[in-house]
Write a protein that binds this ligand. Structure first.
Ligand SMILES: [Zn+2]
Length: 394
């Protein structure tokens, strides 16, 4: 199933800047990569309340005029069109976004439509979207409201990614835990897609760099995840939080984009078909998807030693997810909570959505179908429930 004609492709932002107080350097860092005003800054209400005075000072200092626009809340076609409209009326020459995955995705899509440079300032570490050229677009009307509509892949990576770790340290720890979940999937998905010889998210073969960065990402969050969460609860950007912020943002972003996605993110998309999971964050659903990914690998292994090793790895990952407070069961994600369908029917619906044509689950190095994914989801749920019981005892 590999494609021998693929060239190796690695993409990254032009400049990545991280540290406590980094937002005060926004203007200077924009100038460092040649960006100009006026800048349209898109952000949610919380970042605006905390950061608007800092943006004003940082941008005034370098003579970049700016306007702040309140984000509408969903990365949807309608919101993107509204950002494009406002950027045109301002005569914006740079789009800056500050916030979580959705505001960054919507603003990035608007910047791409206008062919403007894009500055990505994640204020929470909940996903690896900030460094990428991808936008996830969600439906915001009709029965599919809140479900993933499409992945857009833009030509340009962000011109600047700026992560103020003091802002991250002051954000709710639940977001950082979600980012750890998203980061954990990167190695397993990149490893699978590379083994299958499937193209990465930018249409090329995975480089050694991308696969190794994905592995470093997993190793870093495993080693420092719990300590980083402790620092976050204390509101302190310590050494562990710095390492985990880099893993969840830079390493995971470069890894997923240039190594590739596979089953974990497709299962995330499958979960969005169940309305009761919409309370769960992207990284929380990806964490469960990572367990399903590992179970698919274990159940498809023809060699008993490989199967046992992969199952042991799934249990190890599930125990870690329990320690950092990530959901590892269908129940914790809300699947079956609606009571309008049986759990088995809900699982089949998730599996059907996850295996739609074009989904990244088809990057696994073996064929998958609705049946095999449904079995893996139930098996992952069983591993997750055992991990929760062990966590409660231990
Ligand atoms: Zn993700």
């Amino acid at each position: 199933m590999g494609d021998n004609t693929l060239l190796s492709v690695f993409c990254s932002p032009l400049r990545y800047v991280q540290g406590a107080g980094a937002m005060r350097r926004l203007g200077a860092e924009m100038v460092a990569v040649g960006l100009e005003g006026p800048a349209l800054v898109i952000a949610g209400a919380t970042p605006i309340a905390r950061l608007a005075p800092i943006w004003a000072a940082a941008l005034d200092e370098v003579g970049i005029a700016h306007r702040v626009r309140l984000f509408g809340g969903e990365s949807s076609r309608r919101e993107i069109a509204a950002i494009v409209e406002e950027a045109r009326s301002l005569g914006a020459r740079t789009i800056v976004a500050a916030g979580g995955g959705k505001v960054l995705d919507a603003a990035r899509s608007a910047a791409a439509a206008l062919r403007l440079p894009f500055v990505s300032c994640p204020t929470i570490c909940s996903t690896d979207a900030p460094t990428s050229a991808l936008s996830v677009i969600y439906a915001d009307t009709g029965p599919q409201r809140g479900s993933v509509e499409v992945y857009e892949i833009h030509r340009r990576s962000p011109d600047l990614v700026l992560v103020d770790t003091q802002v991250i340290a002051e954000s709710p720890p639940r977001f950082l835990a979600a980012g750890i979940g998203d980061a954990m999937s990167t190695w397993y998905e990149g490893r699978a897609a590379a083994a299958a010889g499937r193209p990465n998210m930018r249409g090329g073969r995975a480089t050694l760099a991308a696969v190794d960065l994905a592995r470093l990402c997993r190793d870093t969050v495993l080693a420092d995840g719990e300590a980083a969460l402790d620092e976050c609860r204390a509101g302190r950007a310590g050494a562990s939080l710095e390492r985990v912020a880099e893993a969840a943002t830079l390493l995971s972003g470069l890894g997923f984009e240039s190594a590739g996605l596979a089953a974990a993110h497709a299962v995330h998309n499958g979960l969005t078909a169940i309305a009761a999971t919409h309370h769960a964050l992207h990284g929380e659903k990806v964490a469960f998807g990572t367990l399903v990914h590992l179970l698919l690998e274990a159940l498809s292994a023809t060699d008993a030693v490989v199967r046992e090793a992969t199952l042991a790895e799934a249990k190890h990952v599930a125990a870690f997810f329990v320690r950092v407070g990530l959901p590892v069961t269908l129940d914790a994600l809300g699947v079956g909570a609606e009571g309008v369908e049986s759990l088995a029917t809900a699982v089949r619906r998730i599996a059907a959505r996850a295996t739609e044509p074009g989904e990244t689950i088809h990057n696994m190095p073996f064929p998958v179908d609705v049946d095999s994914v449904a079995v893996a989801i139930e098996a992952a749920d069983a591993v997750g429930r055992a991990a929760v019981r062990a966590g409660a005892v231990g």
